[in-house]
Design a binder for this molecule. Structure first.
Ligand SMILES: NC(=O)c1ccc[n+]([C@@H]2O[C@H](COP(=O)([O-])OP(=O)(O)OC[C@H]3O[C@@H](n4cnc5c(N)ncnc54)[C@H](O)[C@@H]3O)[C@@H](O)[C@H]2O)c1
Length: 258
């Protein structure tokens, strides 16, 4: 039986995002790029957004007609508005938003300036808020949508040497739940993803900071490839997760078990 606003999922394998339009932030490289490739494989049109124009353009060229690149600083509310308008003009709908853009710093609560704290919060937290707000009206009119916010294991635990980052990722988790509560009656789902150690440029910062063996703390004994996160994000973006909202999904090889 099919009810209004109740997704039908036959469980059959096939094109999982066929005909859908997805916006992914910070998608020129790393996890966002892996998500862009997987989404396009599954039939979506992907709007790759980032500050990194060359990498973003190259990725869009690699993916071909199923993708386009657009420069977007997630902290810029006006730019969000212009992006949404342009995507709607071209595609007529926005089905999926992945708030993936983020920055990592190693800092301690006692040594962090207000300016530095606000810089991290601006990108990792305000950027997610602005993205969710920007797509909400469109998704409400459609009476459908999936928003996936990329948090971290640092949004599940306290991390003394990543104070601002950890605070920002807890905020993403909290925003996800509050937004999910507000948007559920519009058939818009909002979930957070909590990656552990993922092999991207961001992880190289650990080595640069002198943390040479972070993998030693992972029960599975290895880092993940960005595609292992992309598979989870794809599932959350698709109707296969039709009854999941306001939840946190961990992909960390067991890092946050203890
Ligand atoms: N790599 C890890 O181990 C790990 C672990 C947990 C969570 N995460 C989170 O996963 C997400 C993706 O990170 P990644 O691992 O792919 O790292 P990454 O550094 O390769 O990707 C982050 C992307 O965000 C973009 N970005 C930064 N500031 C931006 C802004 N103001 N506007 C738009 N784009 C901006 C960067 O240009 C970059 O392309 C981030 O939110 C990160 O915090 C990463």
């Amino acid at each position: 039986m099919t009810r209004p606003g109740f997704a039908t999922n036959t469980g059959a394998m096939g094109i999982r995002l066929e005909g859908q339009t997805a916006i992914i932030t910070g998608a020129a490289r790393g996890q966002g790029a892996a998500e862009a490739r997987r989404f396009a494989d599954e039939g979506a049109f992907v709007v790759i957004t980032d500050l990194l124009d060359r990498e973003g353009e190259d990725l869009a060229t690699e993916i071909g007609s199923a993708a386009t690149f657009r420069h977007l600083d997630v902290t810029n509310q006006q730019a969000w508005g212009e992006l949404i308008e342009d995507v709607l003009d071209e595609k007529g709908a926005i089905d999926v938003l992945v708030n993936n853009a983020g920055i990592l710093v190693f800092d301690r609560m006692t040594g962090t300036s207000q300016e530095e704290f606000e810089r991290i919060m601006d990108v990792n937290c305000t950027g997610v808020f602005l993205g969710m707000q920007a797509v909400s009206d469109v998704m409400k009119q459609q009476h459908s949508g999936s928003i996936v916010n990329i948090s971290s294991v640092a949004g599940l635990q306290g991390v003394g040497f990543q104070f601002s980052y950890s605070v920002s990722k807890w905020a993403v988790r909290g925003m996800t739940k509050s937004a999910a509560h507000e948007l559920a009656r519009h058939n818009i789902r909002v979930n957070s993803v909590h990656p552990g150690l993922i092999d991207t440029a961001m992880l190289e910062q650990f080595t640069e900071e002198g943390f040479t063996e972070p993998t030693a703390h992972v029960p599975m004994g290895r880092n993940a490839s960005p595609t292992e996160v992309a598979e989870l994000v794809l599932w959350l973006a698709s109707n296969e997760s039709s009854y999941c909202t306001g939840s946190e999904f961990v992909v960390d090889g067991g890092l946050s078990i203890a």
